[in-house]
Design a protein around this ligand. Sequence first.
Ligand code: ADP
Ligand code: MG
Length: 387
Amino acid sequence: MQQRIAQLRAAFSKAFGNARNTTITKAPGRVNIIGEHTDYTDGYVLPIAIDRSVLVAMRPNGSSTVNIHSVNYDQSASFDLSAEALCENAQWLRYPFGTAKVLQARGHVLEGIDAAVEGNVPLGGGLSSSAAIEVAFALAYCAASKLDVDRLTLAQLCRTAESQYAGVNCGIMDQYVALFAEKDHALFLDCRNLTHEQVPCRTDAVKLVVSDTGVRHSLAGSEYNTRRAQCERGAAFFARRIDGVRNLRDLASEDVNTFGQDLESPVLERCRHVITENARTMAAAQALRQKNVYQLGVLMSASHESLKNDYEVTCKELDLMVDIAHELPGVFGSRMTGGGFGGCTISLVAGEKVDDFGKALAKKYEAATGISPHIYVVAAENGAEIL
Ligand code: ADP
Ligand code: MG
């Protein structure tokens, strides 16, 4: 971390003359253990923050302009705080811009800043670098303008920024975990009440391994919105038939069998995924509380099956990565994680087998696809902070 901070300060100096009086904010990426595609229907999720993060070095500049140098893109870009829309075409600028706009829309007056940003969360890899950059800038703006905004509000504002300014109508999970995560704990989040429980999740004997398929299918955005619409349709169907049902999270697996006959395909299958995934996620939180890794692994693997067959958001590379993992010694469970259509899998692996697991998985996956995958062992880290 010290080295990254030194490099960030050097980049800031190069762009803005010197790095005196800079404040550094940090926000982590995340990986979701289980509870996939459940956050936008009021459901349950169980993510951790990871030790990959976005760092922002910031200094107020006494103007109404935000000037940012991106280390990852080796590019500088600016916007005026009074601008309604971006004129620059740097895609990455939408995130810091959107975060500023949603804070302003809530009535906060922002100061201009100079900033350098760097991240080691893979961009577009399903570990939510987007929430990390939003949250890191949210903390930077609050520090520069001396705003005292509570973390729940920041999570909601950053989610709004992502949906209104980056065009992804996402749920609250990524921004929430980036702000509320605690080291050595998984965050069991109720996405309706926006309350959470920190469930101890030490990874000494059993490791969490993220494997990046290396593919990103462009379907992800459009299919995501289709799934959301199908869930809304399904929720409305059940709400008309069962008293007290407002969203898919209010349903039990039996309700799909009892009331779902008249629901058309694939809306029925989409609902079945969400409803069974909520049940699995609650059971997984309980398995984690009881340190029952066998049960947790079984639930993770069942989640993948459901995402593959009922929600249809996997792809051949994700299915292959999971299938290979299941054949290897020491694996308790494996599933795709994140939105799907490429990105990463997460596997639960016995600590003493983890090195062999990584090597064998990489070798077999590369033999089948020609892609050499990045594989990371991750542990539960703290949420965003000012360093
Ligand atoms: P994911 O959240 O899975 O990483 P997204 O497509 O949602 O993928 O977000 C990735 C985008 O976020 C990048 O293309 C870039 O525009 C922006 N971004 C994330 N981290 C950084 C960073 N360190 N510097 C600049 N832009 C970043
Ligand atoms: Mg994202």
